[in-house]
Design a protein around this ligand. Structure first.
Ligand code: 5GP
Length: 189
């Protein structure tokens, strides 16, 4: 069986990447890599589905065991990608989606030359701030921190292979699937 593709997706928080991925993941040819994190679950988040919510101590044990393909700290919390489920799913021919921030994406770029990197940007920083406020899951000071972080992160787009603007959901999903198809059809050199 042909191996699946390793696809990294990054976007500043509040860009709507969760909504785009929710649509894309309706197709069972994809496997979504569930990351480990030390941050608290948000309302509605389910352990084992959105993230594996673990303690800082457990996270540090997993680092020591070499269980992570990559890990990074983001706004005061740890986030990491477990290696084993990724390898299993690639071997089963699934396209594996890693939804991770820019430092993690850089690590994957260095470790896995076979990976393709997609960046999602909001139409503007103002739209991003509005979306975060409407989501209502964070206090205003955290929102401002995330917007500042996003402004800095957007400058990383040049390190990615593809960049799409999430303005209308339908268009963004279509663009995303078109990029994935191109990745699948790329001639291996
Ligand atoms: P949030 O707290 O909003 O769910 O995620 C914060 C940031 O951490 C997002 O940019 C998200 O893509 C990133 N993230 C989630 N899981 C991982 C991971 O396993 N590794 C890395 N490096 N970043 C992650």
């Amino acid at each position: 069986m042909e191996r699946g593709k390793l696809i990294v997706v990054s976007a500043p928080s509040g860009c709507g990447k969760g909504t785009i991925l929710g649509e894309v993941l309706k197709d069972p040819k994809f496997y979504f890599s569930v990351s480990c994190t030390t941050r608290q679950p948000r309302e509605g988040e389910v352990d084992g589905v959105n993230y594996r919510f673990i303690t800082k101590e457990r996270f540090e044990e997993l680092i020591a065991e070499g269980a992570f393909l990559e890990h990074a700290e983001y706004v005061g919390n740890y986030y990491g990608t477990l290696l084993a489920p990724i390898e299993e799913n690639l071997a089963q021919g699934k396209d594996v989606l890693l939804e991770i921030e820019v430092k993690g994406a850089e690590q994957i770029r260095a470790l896995r030359p076979d990976a393709s990197l997609i960046f999602i940007v909001p139409p503007s920083l103002e739209t991003l701030r509005e979306r975060l406020i409407n989501r209502g899951t964070e206090e205003m000071d955290v929102i401002e921190k995330r917007v500042a972080k996003a402004e800095q992160e957007i400058t990383y787009r040049e390190r990615y292979d593809y960049c799409l603007v999430n303005d209308k959901l339908e268009d963004a999903v279509a663009d995303f699937l078109a990029i994935v198809r191109a990745i699948e059809l790329k001639v291996e050199k």
